[in-house]
Design a protein. Structure first.
Ligand SMILES: Cc1cc2nc3c(=O)[nH]c(=O)nc-3n(C[C@H](O)[C@H](O)[C@H](O)COP(=O)(O)OP(=O)(O)OC[C@H]3O[C@@H](n4cnc5c(N)ncnc54)[C@H](O)[C@@H]3O)c2cc1C
Length: 588
């Protein structure tokens, strides 16, 4: 198969899924029904964005019967490809994704078709938790203690945020529950968590352990270092998106109102700088209305879109707003401090098992591939990881890999072809190496005053030299694993995915890795930091310089966490709900 066919096949399946969703609406019964609104309708709370944070907040606030809560979401109900973990690769570049790309920076993305990187983010109930890879990772105590120190507020320390992780969680893995760290897990929360274990992962981890590489069962407890099976937000065969779980479970509450397929275009302030209303454009841009909030407005539109909405509403860097003739209500560094985790793919082929194997039948309820995750510190006395290795063991997956690299990530045909040709003959170990604490910062700017234009995303990837140096050290450290018995026994060979691109450099030299990284660099889509705690919002997540307005989503993370960002964002939703209930006399 060639990359063009792989892309065309993926688009055809997407179209078929779209037709099924639009004609049969099979999942609608799981979600709250659309409400009807008119100009000046009034609620106690308006939440903008039903993603990882927003859906949690809508659920927790609507537990209080006398709170009238409205949540506004640009997307609609999650269709089958969201619900079934095995179909998730069909959500990208579709109506379920905002289809934003990075701005061309002249250095990174050298092996992409358009030399830019997709900035996937969900436009659907559940937001990015509806299209993400479902890894459940809380991060390290170091992350939250660092935030607490920054804002001088103990409530952000690990021991004080841990109860909020536990609150949302329904741990279903009996071994984890029985283990010494079992008490650090929730049993009754909304989000079901399972581990994926199979023969591949058992063999891999056993072998690492025998070779003296740290292996752990529970990277979601107080100690996170080591290689491990992956915890997933998958239960009973279904993706545990916040849309499905937090909004779905609250769908019959009479005090919870939802506006789907509706875009919030501006927040309005009175003379006292109190946020009192939201302008929205409802389905198919048919109706524009202003909706009022008597208590608070909470922005949870994600780290790319929350800064856009704030800036359109007059909250942001004054120089930038003035160039677009936007009246400045609060001069704050909104959109600055953009952070993301990069992912550098390293692929190895393994000798195929000589026994004839038959392809397994496709099961949409399970996550494809065997997965391992490693959290590694180079300095062995350090308690938090420097890098994460996300490892997929892929048997008979040549077509899947081709689809992933050519259609999803949009790598050039050379890269995709080369992976496909190697994968046809072998099992592939695909590892993504992620520097967990990048120093580089990017920025979100407005493209125009039109709320339907995407913001400009200047990623800033590798703009700090130190990040490149560290990434090379982490790749070299990971490659030590290839000297362990698992890789040796299987005659592992690294795939030259960059083809001739880096042929002028000696393999393994700094120049070689620089070229390799600039060609292959991918992102984990963990955008964060653009409405940061301590600079844009205070330690109660209230926007500085105005009243009645909070931001709660990945944008408030002042430093990105040491892992994937979905669980930490749900934790933020839990935590801010208690802040809000406390202020309004409803905290039990
Ligand atoms: C492809 C992908 C894979 C990932 N894999 C993982 C993973 O395996 N594990 C993990 O922990 N994390 C993962 N992440 C990251 C994680 O899912 C996100 O960091 C997290 O979901 C972000 O939550 P949020 O609440 O900040 O934003 P989102 O969940 O993106 O929610 C924002 C919501 O606001 C809506 N919205 C935006 N603007 C407006 C507007 N103006 N009006 C109305 N609605 C609006 C959006 O449509 C969206 O629903 C992944 C992310 C992506 C995109």
């Amino acid at each position: 198969m060639d990359p063009e066919t792989a892309v065309s096949n993926a688009v055809t399946v997407q179209l078929a899924l779209k037709v099924i969703a639009l004609t049969l609406d099979l999942t609608a019964y799981l979600f709250p029904k659309q409400c009807d609104v008119n100009d000046d309708d009034t609620f106690d709370f308006i939440i903008i964005g039903a993603g990882s944070a927003g859906s949690v907040i809508a659920n927790r606030l609507s537990e209080i019967e006398h709170f009238k809560v409205l949540i506004i979401e640009a997307g609609g109900d999650p269709p089958l490809e969201v619900m079934y973990p095995g179909l998730s690769s069909y959500t990208y570049h579709s109506r379920l994704d905002w289809n934003i790309t990075s701005q061309y920076d002249g250095t990174t993305a050298q092996c992409r078709k358009d030399k830019v990187i997709p900035q996937f983010s969900g436009r659907v109930l559940g937001g990015s938790s509806s299209i993400n890879c479902m890894y459940y990772v809380r991060g390290n105590p170091y992350d939250y203690n660092r935030w607490a120190q920054l804002v001088n507020d103990e409530t952000w320390k690990w021991e004080n945020v841990l109860p909020y992780f536990i609150k949302s969680e329904r741990m279903l893995d009996k071994d984890v529950l029985k283990s010494a760290t079992g008490k650090l897990h929730g049993r009754h929360g909304e989000i079901g968590i399972t581990r994926s274990i199979d023969n591949n992962t058992r063999r891999f981890l056993r072998s690492l352990k025998e070779d003296g590489i740290p292996v752990t069962m529970d990277y979601n407890a107080n100690k996170t270092l080591g290689y491990s099976d992956v915890f997933f937000t998958i239960a009973d065969g279904y993706r545990q998106s916040t849309g499905y779980r937090f909004l779905g479970l609250a769908r019959n509450r009479p005090n919870l109102y939802i506006l789907k397929n509706t875009v919030a275009t501006k927040i309005l302030f009175n003379d006292d700088k109190r946020a009192y209303a939201v302008e929205v454009v409802t389905e198919n841009k048919i109706k524009k209305v202003t909706l009022k909030a008597t208590k608070e407005i909470i922005v949870s539109a994600g780290a790319l879109k929350s800064p856009q909405l704030l800036m359109l509403s007059g909250i942001g860097p004054k120089d930038h707003l003035r160039t677009l003739n936007i009246d400045v209500i609060a001069n704050l560094p909104v959109g600055k401090n953009l952070q993301d985790h990069l992912a550098i793919p390293i692929l190895h082929t393994l000798q195929k098992n000589k026994k004839k194997s038959f392809p397994k039948p496709f099961n949409p309820h399970v996550y494809p591939y065997s997965n391992i995750v490693g959290f590694v510190a180079l300095n062995k006395s350090q308690s938090y990881p420097d890098y994460e290795s996300t490892i997929n063991i892929i048997d008979d997956g040549a077509k899947d890999l081709l689809q992933l690299y050519s259609f999803v990530y949009q790598y050039s045909d050379n890269v995709s072809d080369s992976i496909y040709n190697y994968a046809k003959e072998s099992t592939v170990i695909e590892t993504l190496i992620t520097d967990l604490h990048p120093k580089s910062r990017g920025e979100i700017l407005l493209r125009s005053v039109n709320p339907f234009d995407h913001p400009l995303v200047y990623t800033g990837y590798l703009s700090e030299e130190e990040d490149l140096d560290n990434t090379i050290r982490y790749i070299e450290d990971y490659l030590r694993l290839t000297h362990t018995s698992y890789f040796k026994k299987n005659n592992a060979q690294m795939i030259n995915i960059v083809g001739n691109m880096c042929k002028g450099f000696k393999f393994g030299s700094k120049d070689y890795w620089t070229c390799y990284i600039q060609c292959t660099l991918n992102n984990m889509t963990h955008y964060s930091g653009t409405c940061a705690l301590g600079s844009v919002v205070d330690s109660r997540l209230l926007v500085r310089g105005v009243k009645g307005l909070r931001v709660t989503d990945t944008s408030i993370m002042p430093y990105i966490v040491s892992g994937n960002t979905n669980a930490p964002t749900m934790m933020l939703g839990e935590k801010v709900s208690d802040f809000i209930k406390e202020v309004h006399g409803a905290l039990k």
